[in-house]
Design a protein around this ligand. Sequence first.
Ligand code: ACO
Length: 325
Amino acid sequence: MKAVGIIGLGKYLPKRILTNQDLEKTVDTSDEWIVTRTGIRQRRLAATKEATSDMAIRAAIGALKDAKIKTEAVELIITATTTPDMQFPSTACIIQSALGARRAACFDVSAACAGFVYALVIAQQFVSRGVYRNALVIGAEKLSSIVDWQDRNTCVLFGDGAGAALVAPVKRGGIISTYLGSDGSGGDLLLLPGGGSRHPATHQTIDKRLHYVKMQGNELFKLAVKIMADAAHKALKQAGLSCKDVDCFIPHQANLRIILAAAKRLGLDTKKIYMNIEKYGNMSSASTIIALCEAVKCGRIKKGDIVVLDVFGAGLVWGACVIKW
Ligand code: ACO
């Protein structure tokens, strides 16, 4: 088994900024409520004509350039997304075609906000066993297309964006340990009921607003704190490490209070946490990879550092990953 790590990173954030003040004009909310309850001040929104794959392609080009890998050399593309361009073909196939990565096998992963870590773990399996020499792992979301802009409980939370990582064998460091978990019995807490085989699109499903995110935020909040702390603990233990060894902790960016409560439960120094929730809100599968990309580019993560990715999302699904940079 080969040691596998991330050798290139890229990200893309759409230009349009939607502030809390903008939202005050459309729903019964306030900047003060959003900031104190979530930590979010603004989020990015994709243009009407910009689909998830359009953002993903920009991030992927950045990751390939960073890794100095030509698109023709890419052997696997995995896209984690809850907002694919369409039911099929997969968003990964659309990205492959645009990139001209003809040799690559392609598929999407549906693991909501935990999607990037799920996709990274899958890529690690293929690359460490030598099935593929590299994998382009993407987390990309146009959540603005599934958010109910009339529902103040959810519309203040989400944003759009994409991040990408090029995964390949490494001589030193790399992914040290991984942990994934799921509990399908919690599926009702966060879902998009319309448009699938259970409730195919009809005038009725549209009238009932079934094509938008439905969320029980309170219940999710409590579970997210416990589960994220537990997932990070398990991955660290498997790596033979503790919180003291962590240099940079990158949690899923759903809510500042969830992140701080999970860190407290874990016994982690909050100075070690990298956060960008203030600028972007929750971008589901794109959140962790964009945060990782930013943390590396701004020098917050240096060679030899121990980095922990810790995620939680609809499903319910969760996971954590320890990487020596
Ligand atoms: N502006 C003003 N008031 C609001 C807003 C808003 N945007 N949204 C809700 N409220 C009101 C509620 O209606 C409620 O009013 P009431 O008491 O009169 O009924 C009050 O604020 C409190 O509502 P709560 O839901 O109890 O508020 P809470 O402190 O739990 O915060 C929040 C809500 C931010 C959604 C929080 O529960 C949360 O972050 N939960 C986790 C959500 C999450 O992480 N989801 C995604 C995880 S998985 C994934 O990312 C795919």
